[in-house]
Design a protein around this ligand. Structure first.
Ligand code: SF4
Length: 284
């Protein structure tokens, strides 16, 4: 009789990103210890994303393209749904966020859509066994926003919609280490992965990344290491402070982690912890 493995892991691509941003944050989220509050960035991103998804599904299944006016109506409806939670944390006023949704959908329609092919899949989920031995099975899961063509077709590509405030500053970092592109090219067998950033500007911003079998081998090696770490069931993992994410406005674990110590009253203690200044000359 076959023995079932002791550990069965299901890693979403976004979980790998969480571990990358901060292992301790990833651990807490994986263990269900974090209550993530809705915020205006999610409202904006989900409204744009869901409207493009609806457009893509209709194009895929009916071979028709809905007009821009319908896409903007969809954006409004998604915005209403996404912002219905009264606990939503607004980083911008709701009317500004709605305006950003309209502006991004218009840019998408006018400047991105003319560059697209009819998709072969939209928001298709995958769950694939990535690794197995006597001790563990590791499945990887995810959802690709938009795929054109099939594996083996040199023009096939995967496209992912992003909604940041501004275009990324360090493109080379994306090309070097973007995890999503490695996971999705591995899962689909399609080598080309493109990020389309819809920002507050009038032009979309694209980054294309080609991935290959060597990077996929490295990915499997990385997830096995992650599985081994989680199997140890450690009560804490390294805290990644050296990141934009480790701050009150971004990390939902902040107040229960580093933020327990870095509180407002620290400014009253007279310690120079929060002040940094460059000095040309220093006197004793
Ligand atoms: S507060 Fe910083 S160290 Fe703590 S979980 Fe968040 S990112 Fe990690």
């Amino acid at each position: 009789m076959l023995k079932s493995p002791k550990h069965v892991h299901k890693f979403r691509q976004s979980f790998l990103n969480d571990m990358w941003k901060c292992p301790e944050y990833g651990r807490r989220k994986h263990a269900g210890l974090i209550d993530e509050q809705n915020n205006s960035d999610f409202v904006r991103g989900n409204s744009v994303h869901n409207s493009i998804e609806a457009f893509g599904l209709e194009w895929l299944h009916e071979d028709t393209q809905m007009p821009l006016a319908t896409v903007l109506e969809l954006g409004q409806r998604c915005f209403d749904e996404e912002s219905a939670d009264p606990a939503t944390k607004w980083r911008n006023k709701p009317e500004v966020v709605l305006e950003q949704v309209n502006q991004r959908l218009t840019v998408w329609y006018e400047k991105v859509l003319p560059l697209l092919q009819r998709p072969s899949s939209v928001e298709e989920k995958f769950k694939i066994l990535a690794y197995e031995d006597d001790v563990r099975q590791i499945f990887m899961t995810g959802t690709a926003d938009w795929i054109e063509g099939e594996a083996g077709d040199p023009h096939a590509r995967i496209i992912d919609w992003k909604n940041p405030s501004a275009k990324p500053r360090d493109e080379w970092m994306y090309r070097r280490s973007n995890l999503q592109s490695i996971v999705y090219t591995w899962a689909t067998g399609i080598d080309r992965f493109m990020l389309c950033h819809l920002t507050n500007g009038d032009e979309p911003h694209w980054i294309e990344m080609g991935r290959n079998a060597r990077e996929h081998q490295a990915l499997i090696d990385m997830v096995v290491g992650l599985a081994v770490t989680l199997e140890a069931n450690l009560p804490a993992l390294p805290q990644q402070w050296d990141s934009w994410f480790c701050a009150e406005q971004w990390c939902p674990a902040w107040s229960d982690c580093r933020g327990k110590y870095i509180t407002e009253d620290i400014k009253d203690l007279g310690q120079p912890i929060l002040t940094i200044s460059e000095k040309e000359e220093v006197s004793i």
